[in-house]
Design a protein around this ligand. Structure first.
Ligand SMILES: Cc1cc2nc3c(=O)[nH]c(=O)nc-3n(C[C@H](O)[C@H](O)[C@H](O)COP(=O)(O)O)c2cc1C
Length: 182
C-alpha cells in the first residue's frame, strides 16, 4: 500500500522525453494490469493504439489536414506527434448496451488511460497525456481507423525520463477541498 501511494503521489507528467521506449511486450504486460479497472457490465469499452515511427508522421498530416493550416503553422502542427517516439492512443470504444450508457463506458476507458500512464511512470518511463483541438476530427479518427462508435480520449506520449528533469512530482493538492458531504 505504501508503495502504491508513493507511486501515485510521485507521478508527474514529462513534457519532454528521450527516444527510449518500452517494447510492445512491456506495454502488453502493463495493459494487462491497466485493463483491470472498474467496468460496469464488463464491456471493455476501450482499446489502445500504438503509434511509432511513420504512424506519427501520418498523425501529423491528419492534424494538419483537419486544421486547414498551411506554411509554418502547418509544419509546427505536423511536428507535434514527433515529441515522443511512442504514442499510445486511448480510445473510448463504446459497446451497445441497454444497461450501461456511453458516459459510463467512457469513464472506464478514461480509467485505463490513467492507470496505464501511472503504471508506465512506475516502470520508470516518462509519460504525458495530450490532446488538442483536432483530436476528434474526422481526419484523425480515420487515421486511427476508428469506427463510428469510437472516439479518441487523447494520446499518452511515452519515452525515457530526461536525466535533468528527474526527480519531481505534481503539485500537492489539499484533499479537504475536494471532499464534502451532500
Ligand atoms: C484527457 C487529458 C488531456 C490532456 N491534454 C493535454 C494537452 O494537450 N496539453 C497539456 O499540456 N496537458 C494536457 N493534459 C494534462 C497533462 O497530461 C498533465 O496532467 C498536466 O500537465 C499536469 O501535470 P502532472 O500530470 O505532472 O500533474 C491532459 C490531461 C488529460 C487527462
Amino acid at each position: 500500500m505504501a508503495e502504491l501511494l508513493d507511486a501515485v503521489l510521485t507521478r508527474r507528467s514529462y513534457p519532454r522525453v528521450t527516444a527510449d521506449t518500452p517494447s510492445t511486450q512491456e506495454l502488453l504486460r502493463l495493459i494487462a494490469a491497466a485493463g483491470r479497472v472498474a467496468d460496469h457490465g464488463g464491456l471493455r469499452p476501450w482499446r489502445l493504439i500504438e503509434l511509432r515511427g511513420d504512424d506519427r508522421v501520418r498523425l501529423g498530416a491528419a492534424l494538419v489536414d483537419a486544421s486547414g493550416r498551411t506554411g509554418v503553422d502547418a509544419e509546427r502542427l505536423a511536428g507535434k506527434p514527433l515529441r515522443a517516439e511512442l504514442l499510445v492512443a486511448v480510445v473510448a470504444s463504446r459497446k451497445v448496451s441497454p444497461k450501461v450508457p456511453a458516459w459510463e463506458q467512457d469513464v472506464a476507458a478514461s480509467g485505463v488511460g490513467h492507470l496505464l500512464g501511472l503504471l508506465l511512470a512506475d516502470a520508470g518511463w516518462g509519460v504525458m497525456w495530450r490532446t488538442g483541438p483536432f483530436t476528434r476530427s474526422r481526419q484523425v479518427s480515420d487515421m486511427h481507423g476508428l469506427t463510428e462508435k469510437e472516439e479518441l480520449l487523447g494520446w499518452l506520449y511515452v519515452g525515457g525520463v530526461p536525466v535533468e528533469l528527474k526527480p519531481g512530482s505534481s503539485p500537492a493538492i489539499d484533499p479537504a477541498h475536494f471532499l464534502s458531504t451532500p
